[in-house]
Ligand binder design. Structure first.
Ligand code: ATP
Ligand code: MG
Length: 423
């Protein structure tokens, strides 16, 4: 039979690597606890319309990247979630969280997203995003808090040299004012722009500024900046966000061309980047979405959030040579010198496990020497050896692998002794 292969752009996260994921996930969850963000788990698929409305018809995600799923017995148009914010806001509206006494509502998610993209390093078709959303406050301090949460994760994991790029894309009105002037400029160079940008001019001209094509970048170098068209309110908000970031000691650079891929952003937009990560340098993206809750049928509530992927975070850790302090070894291997000791060993392992000790024994009838080799391979901190005479006296030899120190101990007492020596 022919082998069946893993789908393109996906990966198996194997034992030995998954421990890194656990470590990062635990760190993310602990940061959210400290920042008072609470987990929300929404479905992996939602109605297609949610993303059309919530992400925006003119985005890459909706135009090219969605996985639409269907079942012949159902007429529902469903899509595997390509991002987290739309589902969170859908749920916020559906569960009437705007009525919650705790405002703003601060939530986070951690789970897989699906996008049909060209796979490459740090770019997958299924990837895991960690994201946070704060809905219900326009306070610029919360913009800074959200950026700080993402930055803290990277810092506490040991990444250095990250930079925050910051912009304000204004309100819808600000953008309408800017748009007129931007269109004048873009129409002047229309013929020389890439085909994608030519169509963006009519649908979402701001996104031409975000094109990665070098010719487009040069042609739009002197295009009018959105920052010149901010209303007093948007400008004041932007200044306040910058001031709060400075108070937290978070360095940033203003990039007036950074507009982010999603349609629903208002005012603050930001990305966290790492120099030299290769083709993909953006680790995290986020921003304010003051129009989104209303767009999805709720009250007019402001919101802000970020999303980052664990895959790109791992890539960054690898590039910077950061080793996470994950332990892979077990605590104790129980070896037997005679088959008669098997049931005593089996019982002991069970009692060790009950006492919180990660314990293992041989299941392949290995000889003593091979059992000790297995203990080594499992990086056991302790080995317990039960021989014939020990079995008779109800004891075993406890060996600490690092020091070679040995001690005969009663079988009954072993779980407590090992648990306490593990601290
Ligand atoms: P890009 O410009 O790299 O395509 P994006 O604007 O589509 O990014 P967002 O939708 O803002 O990305 O997602 C936030 C973060 O999620 C990105 O900064 C990146 O770290 C990560 N990310 C996005 N797409 C992928 C993917 N296909 N595989 C892995 N990580 C991804
Ligand atoms: Mg993308």
């Amino acid at each position: 039979m022919a082998k069946i292969q893993i789908p393109r752009g996906t990966q198996d996260i194997m034992p030995g690597t998954v421990e890194l994921w656990h470590y990062i996930e635990a760190k993310a969850r602990d940061l959210c606890r400290r920042f008072n963000y609470h987990e929300i788990r929404t479905p992996l698929f939602e109605s297609t319309e949610l993303f059309q409305r919530g992400v925006g018809e003119t985005t890459d995600i909706v135009e090219k990247e969605m996985y639409n799923v269907s079942n012949p017995r159902s007429e529902d148009a469903l899509t595997l979630r390509p991002e987290g914010t739309a589902g969170v806001v859908r749920s916020y509206v559906e569960n009437k969280l705007y009525g919650s006494p705790n405002q703003p509502v601060k939530m986070y998610y951690l789970g897989p997203m699906f996008r049909h993209e060209r796979p490459q390093a740090g770019r997958y078709r299924q990837f895991v995003q960690f994201g946070a959303e704060a809905i219900g406050s326009s306070d610029p301090a919360i913009d800074a808090e959200v950026i700080a949460l993402a930055m803290r994760l990277y810092q506490e994991l040991g990444l250095t040299g990250l930079s925050v790029e910051l912009n304000s894309v204004g309100t819808l009105e600000d953008r309408a004012n800017h748009r007129k002037h931007l269109l004048e400029h873009l129409n002047g160079v229309r013929d020389q722009l890439c085909p994608d940008c030519q169509s963006r001019i009519d649908r979402n001209p701001l996104r031409v500024l975000d094109c990665k094509n070098e010719t487009c970048k040069t042609l739009t170098k002197d295009a009018p900046s959105i920052l010149e068209y901010l209303s007093d309110e948007s400008a004041a908000h932007f200044e306040a966000v910058k001031a709060y970031l400075t108070e937290l000691g978070i360095a940033y650079t203003v990039n007036p061309r950074m507009v982010r891929g999603l349609d629903y952003y208002t005012q603050t937009a930001f990305e966290i980047k790492m120099a030299e990560i290769g083709a993909v340098e953006t680790l995290c993206g986020g921003g304010r979405y003051n129009g989104l809750v209303a767009e999805l049928g709720g009250d007019d509530m402001p919101g802000i959030g970020f999303a980052l992927s664990i895959e790109r975070l791992l890539l960054a850790l690898e590039k910077q040579g950061v080793q996470l302090p994950v332990s892979v070894g077990i605590d104790c291997f129980v070896a037997i010198q005679t088959p008669d000791a098997k049931s005593a060993a089996f019982r002991l392992v069970d009692r060790l496990r009950s006492a919180g000790v990660a314990a293992e024994l041989d299941y392949l009838d290995r000889k003593m020497k091979a059992q000790l080799k297995q203990a080594d391979r499992l990086a056991a901190r302790f080995t317990v050896i039960i021989g014939e005479s020990e079995l008779a006296s109800g004891t075993a030899v406890l060996k600490e692998m690092a020091t070679g120190e040995q001690q005969e101990i009663k079988l009954d007492e072993l779980p407590a002794v090992i648990a306490s020596r593990l601290g």
